[in-house]
Design a protein around this ligand. Sequence first.
Ligand SMILES: [Zn+2]
Length: 532
Amino acid sequence: MKIKLPFLIILFFTLVSFQLHAQWQRQWTWGGALDPLQSTFKVTHYALDLKIDLENGVLDGSATLSLQKLAEVEILRLQLIDTYEVIKVVADQREYAFKHDGEYLDIEMEGAFPDKITIYYKGKTPVASNPPWVGGFTWEKDDNGNHWVGLSAQNEGGKLFMPCLDHPSNKPENGAEIKITVPKPYTVASNGKLLDTSASETDTTFHWSTDYPIMNYNINFTIGKFFLHEQEFFSSSGEEVSLQVYVLGENQDKAALLASVLENSIKTHENYFGSYPFPEDKVAVVETPYLGMEHQTINGYGNNFQFVRMGEVWYDWLLHHELGHEWFGNKLSVGDWADFWIHEGITTYGDWLFYDHHGGIEAYHEKVADTKRNILNEKPVAGKIATPADKAYHIDVYYKGAYIMHSLRHLLGEEVFFRMLKELASHPPFIYENQANTEEVIRFIQGYTEYPLQGFFQWYLYETELPEVRIKKMGKRGYEVSLPNIDFSLPVEIVTERGNEKVDLSAKPKLIESSSEPKVDPQDWYLFSKRP
Ligand SMILES: [Zn+2]
């Protein structure tokens, strides 16, 4: 297949990046056990008002946090990395005492608990050492010598750029407002809708806002001398959505094609995951000086327009992957990085479905086989409860996570699986202001079949060992087939001279009447450790 070689190259670089990532010194992470001082309140909205000094990499401004009290609060504990200096903390026209030590910003609460609190801060922005895997700010120049600034914080959290309750379980339910002032003629691309821009003689202020719940690491902005291509997209819901593509000036002639690649990817995702989740805002990509990230309604795109042909359409794996996160990651989010695979595994499965949809089922199976070679089985896909991002993030969260979805497709059957997938992406208890965890997702999927799935999930999500296939010749009677090391059963396809059949295999050997050795799971629907 034409796309195979470029894809292997991409996979190779992806792997190199993953391995490199381990060597980079990581300074910050987020998640893990929630600090008891942060269980007494939550943040429901962030409003940033920042001025960016592009020459010196300095940020100066304020963040106003809308707060909701859950219990008595004596210390309001936020996080903000200490490359920034906190100037003052103000609520209801009075200043609050605070201590900024390391990444903790502890504000002393006295009197009535404020609905909103404003933190004035400024300082040098942290430079990303290996974005987006080790995040921070990326200070780059485009080919014409203009500033080009990216921000990525998936593994570190919002404290790299704003004071916040930096825990994945606090997904601000009323969204965020991002007001950024930059010198002329630069543009700021950010989340949600552009409410307005205002200009002084030297600067422009871009005022973005979203009412949708949004995770801290998705609150984002990219600065550059951008060309904006805008068109309308009709979602499967019938809504008209603004589709926007921000590219560097030198790539202006590629913007229309990028927009059509984006539109095709949205339609493909809608086919499997349901209608686009953020129609009130926009669907957009911005060219970033790093590979990419699923920043809600403004996906980072740094894949250099490397489109490949698939069937009748153009495909950009990076663009498609980040866009898939609008459903799994942004609409349906996890509150604990132990469940990272729900973001990455299901989104990666969405990448494979592009092959199915546009390249055909053989292209899909080839893609699955290619990816399978990179599964390591060294760490469980699902982490222990309260795992921080740096401990939860590894390659099997992506590839083995996706393979689990692939196996479920076989287990549940086509019709049920695809119905389940679409309903998972729109299940009210899991989406927008709500969040999902692994056990809840397992229960949800179990609701679609009578076949007991506990053993399947226990092995594939929580263990690193894989079921083993054993075939034993039983004279003229045929062959005994078993999965000797497991304590559950799997419906497995077996091919003999009589044709295909689905057989429940377990540790108990099953006699398959056949004159030649039967082929067990010839299409590789499952990960098995040993195959004859
Ligand atoms: Zn991803």
